[in-house]
Design a binder for this molecule. Structure first.
Ligand SMILES: Cc1ncc(C[n+]2csc(CCOP(=O)(O)OP(=O)(O)O)c2C)c(N)n1
Ligand SMILES: [Mg+2]
Length: 348
């Protein structure tokens, strides 16, 4: 089953003439809408600062940022409970922020500091914070999809109604673990929501060059599970789609594949001295997606529909700015791990 048209916003070529009402007409209370905005802004500002700090050699290594993809992350995470699980991938900061992980220990992890969520041993790409249900991020494409299935199985065996949100990219949808994970989760009807962040590219290879189907969600029919396509730039649309999948998961009816069409503004990966990639995207394409910036669309709808005033929005922006700066200060002032801590926190 593939269903279309959940989205409030359409894609640029068929943008709706009437704005989406995020105000009183929606079921979402103002506090939830404010929290959605706060988390999207956190992702944007955290990643902007992390990129700048890395280019300034204050954060070691390189990183993958989620700028442009904030709505699909936050819309999906906000549909989950705090005690639900989540797995991610190499584009690794946005998912934990969306799930509610605190910014200071997250930034400290990027700095490699002992106060980081993984005591400075994970770095940008291998973040986890079990206290917030964030089971991990990983540089190995597709590798955490079976872990999400395991989390779903664990919830089943412990007889809880927890579910697991599994983020992965369009590139991962061509890897073996995608098929194995969807198959097993479908056969055992496990409470997993597979959330494909389809930004159209795997590094600099376009989806059309590697996939015979136009939509990843079409593959759901091979596992006899629902496949939903949603506008990934519309946080509320994603929230609704994932909420429906969560209801199904908690009822014991099994997994759902949700495909969020989205876009990353920046290059796949950022590091000092990275050569420019071949021109695989046009300026016009990037600009057309930027013109539908997920945060600005959300704010415009909130203000237009009376869901929030521009002053309230500005207050949240300022609070997030201060929160990120405080996280940077915390990270910079934290100690580095001692050499003799190298073998702690590992299984031998
Ligand atoms: C198993 C494996 N194969 C290849 C790579 C190299 N690689 C890193 S990211 C990436 C592209 C992933 O694309 P996608 O899943 O669409 O995620 P996106 O980067 O677009 O968010 C590839 C091929 C890897 N890290 N792991
Ligand atoms: Mg991709």
């Amino acid at each position: 089953m593939t269903s279309f048209g959940i989205s409030g916003f359409a894609h640029p070529e068929n943008a709706p003439s009437t704005p989406v009402d995020y105000g009183s007409g929606e079921q979402l209370p103002k506090q939830r809408l404010g929290e959605m905005l706060r988390r999207m802004l956190r992702i944007r500002r955290f990643d902007e600062r992390a990129s700048a700090l890395m280019m300034d050699s204050r954060i070691p290594g390189g990183l993958h940022n989620s700028i442009g993809q904030e709505a699909e992350i936050v819309g999906a995470c906000m549909a989950m409970r705090d005690d639900d699980y989540m797995t991610g991938n190499h584009r690794s900061h946005g998912h934990p922020i969306g799930k509610g992980v605190a910014l200071a220990p997250l930034m400290a992890e990027l700095f490699g500091k002992v106060t980081g969520v993984c005591h400075g041993k994970g770095g940008s790409m291998h973040l986890a914070d079990f206290s917030a249900g964030s089971l991990g991020e990983s540089g190995i494409v597709g590798s955490l999809m079976p872990v999400a299935v395991g989390a779903g199985l664990s919830a089943r065996l412990r007889r809880t109604d927890q579910a697991c949100l599994c983020f992965f990219g369009d590139g991962a949808a061509n890897c073996g673990p995608f098929h194995e994970s969807l198959n097993l989760a479908a056969v055992w009807k496990l409470p997993v929501i597979f959330l494909c962040e389809n930004n159209g590219y795997a590094i600099n290879t376009a989806q059309e060059q590697t996939m015979a189907v136009s939509n990843v969600a079409q593959r759901a029919s091979a596992y006899n599970i629902p496949g939903l396509i949603v506008d990934g730039q519309d946080a509320v649309a994603v929230y609704r789609a994932v909420s429906s999948a969560v209801v199904r998961a908690r009822r014991g009816e099994g997994p759902t594949l949700v495909e969020a069409k989205t876009y990353r503004y920046c290059e796949h990966f950022e590091a000092i001295g990275m050569p420019d990639p071949p021109a695989y995207r046009t300026v016009a394409e990037i600009e057309s997606w930027r013109s539908r910036d997920p945060i600005e669309l959300f704010v415009a709808c909130l203000e237009r529909s009376g869901g929030m005033t521009s002053k309230e929005v500005e207050t949240i922006r300022q609070q997030v700015e201060a929160e990120v700066e405080s996280a940077v200060t915390f990270a910079a002032q934290s100690p580095t791990p001692k050499a003799n801590a190298l073998l702690e926190d590992i299984y031998l």
